[in-house]
Write a protein that binds this ligand. Structure first.
Ligand code: ATP
Ligand code: MG
Length: 241
């Protein structure tokens, strides 16, 4: 398998703990939950960061983990690669330009010996929605599901484009990343409904970029960078646990 190395951000202790909580939350959300989509309402809320850390976290447990970058519009995946150069990505494969094995890269970090696999988005596509809605993508996801213990799928923000809702119908569950402080409650509800209408089971919400000094966050005021709420019932109220 082709090898690359992703940059590794040292997470503050509390954040690393919350990623572990998220991993536990996913693991205890049901049996046979293998394909999990991450989305948000608007850009820049932290989907890719959390999705990648979650994949790493499952890999730390010895799980066979795969990250798929399904943001076929504006992927920043390549900017996170510090060694190796991915030649092909999902858009190449979905448009028939290469085989599946050509787009699966193994993240190898000799320092920590934690391995997981990655599928980069590839070059920006002119018809991203059609590509993720294709039978080819659906069948590939099914095939990969048999080969991995966990697959985390990173998508574009759902308030801007519908890709996440399309993929939402193909996966076992979804997680909504919400940037604390910046979230528009009504927009979050709208996006939640869009995701639910697609048939996706919403596993939880990650409240990201929490301002530790903001006391109104209840539970989160303890200063965790991430918060994870089970079920849905969105509202900062779910943090009062
Ligand atoms: N908990 C956090 N604390 C501080 N900075 C964060 C946190 N999470 C993410 N960031 C930063 O926010 C920026 C956006 O993060 P990221 O790229 O993961 O978001 P995204 O939702 O995937 O964005 P896009 O919609 O563009 O794909 C990055 O610079 C990232 O380092
Ligand atoms: Mg992203």
């Amino acid at each position: 398998m082709l090898e690359i190395k992703l940059e590794k951000k040292e997470l503050p202790f509390a954040m690393a703990e919350e990623i572990k909580n998220l991993r536990t939350g996913i693991s205890f959300s049901g049996e046979n939950l293998k394909t999990i989509l991450f989305t948000s309402c608007t850009p820049n809320e932290g989907k890719s960061t959390i999705a990648l850390e979650t994949v790493r976290s499952f890999a730390e447990l010895g799980k066979k983990a795969l990250y798929i970058d399904c943001d076929l519009r504006k992927s920043i995946f390549n900017s996170r690669v510090v060694e190796g150069k991915p030649k092909y990505g999902l858009t190449h494969f979905l448009t028939g330009q290469c085989k599946l094995e050509n787009i699966i890269y193994r993240n190898v970090d000799k320092e920590d010996d934690i391995h997981f696999d990655l599928i980069p988005a590839g070059p920006v596509s002119n018809s991203p929605t059609e590509l993720v809605a294709s039978d080819k993508f659906k069948d590939t996801l099914k095939k990969l599901r048999d080969e991995y213990d966990i697959i985390i799928i990173d998508t574009p923000p759902l308030a801007s484009v519908g890709d996440a809702a399309i993929i939402g119908a193909m996966v076992d569950g979804s997680i909504l990343v919400v940037e604390a402080g910046n979230a528009d409650y009504r927009l979050v509800q709208k996006v939640r409904d869009k995701l639910a209408t697609s048939g996706s089971r919403i596993l939880g919400v990650v409240l990201n970029k929490v301002d530790k000094s903001n006391k109104s966050y209840g539970y989160y005021k303890r200063g965790y960078g991430y918060g994870y709420g089970y079920g849905y019932g969105y509202g900062y109220g779910h943090s009062e646990q």
